[in-house]
Design a protein around this ligand. Structure first.
Ligand code: BGC
Length: 432
């Protein structure tokens, strides 16, 4: 096969026209209804036990933001006028080979992990001050109360023992007491999407959906009437697990080779952790088809990171920058201009498809909450793809404008919303 034929076939496979997005949005809406009604669904529809904040939340709080390899702890003041003033913030890794620890691996257990974070809380909490604590914990949790969250399953390669199936609030409170930080009391456990929504609601009134488009992917929204309570409630959909997605043979191969085949199908097509892998699978296929040279590195898992895709897309016409990534990450030498251009085009197709799939899920959410689009809606988003990947935010808006009347549904960046949202959540649940 020649390169031009390969490229046009790939373009057909990876391009999703508006009709395909509309169909997907419709099935997303149906999966939401099924999940809410307790029927089998790939959407878990997990209640947060929180609605939107009023802005009147007040007092000094501690927030913990735990959703990946770096944890942030902050002390903040809620003014009661819809503002959060950050007084102190520290960020620290859960893995540090030089210091000899790895709290993400199976060699650590719950008491090591939460003991370590509790000790960091102890470093910023002032003695003698009673603080409520809001905890962003960005993994799928079954909640039975705002501070009662049981981890269903680790995602993002965490393997720490004794945490799955456990109540995260109880584990953390016990760790705070052991660390002598009993004056800090866990009050709320929230997903990072929920934090992003709470933080954005302080800035703009019509925000009712929030999403993370970064290493992982997930979306929450304000359910106007949660079945169990009949009241408004923010629901964490764990939408990365949505499974009625138009997979290509590359997505199927990636899923089969992943840690948990069949799980997180949408996340595997859209999130930063996996986009590099999709690109690598396609490049390996191009080499097999003889339109690119062969290289052993094409078989190496995670050879391409999100950052490398950033370099490829920001290179624009400077193809030597694409060549630099191809050589360094994949061992592909002496590529022609046409081959380099084909690689850049392909990365763009993969990234644009991610943005369009995500847009379809936002539109599906609105089909559930406001099918006639009677109101304007803003989707708050945090994460490296949306914030940094060249073109991503624009492709997302372009797709939303194909699905809804132009400008009716817009997006906004909610930077570090998950930490700020945890502080707001602590304030929403009262004082210590
Ligand atoms: C987790 C979600 C989280 C998302 C973004 C996913 O892997 O399951 O709970 O919201 O990543 O951090």
């Amino acid at each position: 096969m020649d390169l031009a034929t390969y490229e046009s076939q790939l373009c057909r496979d990876l391009t999703l026209p508006a009709e395909a997005l509309t169909r997907m949005a419709q099935s997303f809406k149906e999966a939401m209804s099924a999940g809410l009604a307790g029927r089998t669904s790939s959407l878990k529809m997990l209640p947060s036990f929180l609605a939107l904040p009023t802005g009147a939340e007040k007092g000094r709080v501690i927030a913990v933001d735990f959703g990946g390899t770096n944890v942030r702890v902050l002390e903040a003041e809620l003014t009661g006028r819809g503002e959060v003033k950050i007084e102190q913030m520290r960020r620290f890794p859960l893995v540090d080979p030089a210091a000899g620890y790895d709290y993400m691996s199976g060699s650590a257990d719950a008491s090591h992990l939460f003991g370590f974070i509790a000790a960091r809380v102890g470093e910023i909490a002032r003695p003698g001050v009673d603080y409520p604590l809001g905890h962003t914990f960005s993994f799928p949790c079954e909640q039975t109360g705002v501070n009662k969250a049981r981890l269903i399953v680790w995602t993002k390669e965490f393997k720490t023992r004794g945490v799955e199936g456990q109540d995260i609030g109880a584990l953390f409170d016990a760790a705070l007491a052991r660390a002598g930080v009993g004056h800090v009391k866990g009050r709320a456990i929230i997903n990072d999407t929920v934090g992003t929504l709470l933080a954005a609601a302080y800035l703009k009134r019509d925000v009712d959906i929030a999403s993370i488009c970064g290493t992982g992917h997930n979306t929450c929204y304000l359910e106007p009437s949660f079945p169990a309570t009949g009241k408004p409630m923010i629901v964490n959909m764990e939408s990365g697990n949505f499974d009625q997605v138009p997979q290509t043979r590359f997505d199927i191969a990636l899923d089969r080779a992943s840690e948990r085949p069949g799980a997180q199908k949408l996340e595997k097509m859209v999130s930063g952790y996996y986009l590099g892998e999709i690109v690598r699978h396609i490049l390996a296929d191009m080499a097999t088809q003889g339109v690119l040279p062969k290289s052993a590195k094409l078989g190496q898992v995670l050879a391409l990171k999100g950052m490398d895709l950033d370099h490829i897309l920001s290179a624009k016409g400077e193809l030597h920058r694409v060549s630099e990534v191809a050589q360094r990450c994949l061992g592909l030498e002496d590529l022609s201009k046409v081959q380099l251009q084909a690689i850049q085009n392909m990365v763009q197709l993969v990234a644009r498809r991610s943005a369009r799939l995500v847009a379809a899920t936002f539109f599906g959410t609105l089909l559930h909450t406001d099918a006639g689009l009677a109101r304007e809606h803003t989707v708050a988003i945090d994460g490296s793809l949306y914030e940094k990947l060249p073109g991503y935010a624009g492709w997302l808006q372009e797709a939303l404008d194909e699905l809804a009347p132009k400008g009716r549904v817009t997006t906004m960046l909610s930077k570090d919303g998950s930490g700020i949202g945890a502080a707001i959540a602590a304030g929403m649940t009262g004082t210590a």
